[in-house]
Design a protein around this ligand. Sequence first.
Ligand code: GLA
Length: 381
Amino acid sequence: MTVERAASLFSATFGRPPRVITSAPGRVNLIGEHTDYSGGEVLPFAIGWRTWVAMAPANGATSRVVSATQQGTRTFDIASATPSGSWCDYVHGALREIVALGADTGNVDVAVLGDVPAGAGLSSSAALEVATALAGIICARGSLLASWDHLAAAAHRAETEFVGVACGLMDQTASAYATEGHALRLWCDSGRREHVPFDRDVLVIDTCKPRDLRDSAFNDRFASCQRALAAIRRMDPSIQHLAHASMEMADAAVMDAVDRRRARHVISETARVGAMVEALESGRPLGDLLFASHQSLRDDFECSTPELDWVVDLAMSRRGVDGARLTGAGWGGCAIVVGTPEALAALVDEIGPAFETAWGRTPRVWLTRAEDGADVDYVET
Ligand code: GLA
C-alpha cells in the first residue's frame, strides 16, 4: 500500500529506511468560501486523497527531497530563508516553521508520494505542508509532540510567509484536524473548531481550467476585503473583521461599489455557514444554501467561470440533486454536487461527455466523502 510505497521510495533514494511516515489529505469546502481571511466561518472536510511524507534525519549538511511525481532529487539547507521557487518550498517552509516552534529537526531526507489531484483547487499544497510539518515534529524525536495544535498554524505560515501565497487558515486546518464522517466548522477569527456530522457522498467535478490568473485575482479580492473593512471601521472601529460586520454596515459605509459587493459576499456567506450547520443537524435539504453561495460567489465576489456556472446549472436541473456550487478559490478548479446516490451516479456518467461537447476538454470527476485528517502512519521503534 501507499505507506509501503513511501518507505520504498525513501529507501531506494537514500539507502536506508525512514524514521517516520506521515500523511495528510486534500480538502473540499462544503460552504464558507472566501471568508477565512476576513475572520469568517468555513465548513470544509478532508477528502479521500492524501500525501505521504517519509522522513529521517539527514546524514549530510543539506536536506534532500525526492517526489514520486517529480524528476530528480532536490536539496536545500533548512537554515536558509530563501525559497527556490520550486515545489520543494512547501517542504522547506513547513520544516522551517517546525524549527521556529522549537523542534530540533536539523536537516532531513524526505520522500513524498501522494494522490491528491494537483492544480484542481483541492489543497494538494496544504496536504504536503501538513504532512511535512507533522513528520518534522516526530522526526525531532517527539520534542514537540504536545504541539499537534500548532500543526495547521505552522503549515499555514509556510504557505503565506515562505511560499508567499496570501491565503486564509482553512486548507491547512482541514488537512490537519478533519475527521471521518464530519465536516470541520472553523471560526477563523478565534481558531475555534467543531466537528459537524456529514456522511454523504459528494461529487467533485474539476473543470480543468489552467490556473494562471488565480493567484493575482485572489490577491485582488484580499485587498478589496481589506479596503471594505477599513471603510466599515471608519464608521464603527469596534469591528475587527469584515465577516463581523452587518449587511447594513456594508451598505452604509463609504466605499467603492465593487468593494461593497465583495463585502456583501463575505457577510452573507458567513451567515450561510451557520445556516448549513443547522440544516445538517436537522436533516433539512442543503440545496438552497449551496446554490445561494454559488450565486453570491458568481455575482458579488466574481470568482466563478462560465464552465463552473455551466456545471452548477446542469447539476441543479437534474432530478435528485440537492445542490451544487463552486468550491475553493474559484477562477477555475472544482464544483461540488450533493444529492441522492442515484442522481450522483447518473451525473458521473453524464457530465464528462456533456462537458466535453460544450467546452472541448475532459473534466475530472470523483465521488468522495468526509475522511480523516493528518495521521502518523509509521514511526521507527
Ligand atoms: C483558497 C485559499 C483558502 C480560502 C479559499 C477560498 O483555497 O487557500 O484559504 O481562502 O481559497 O475560500
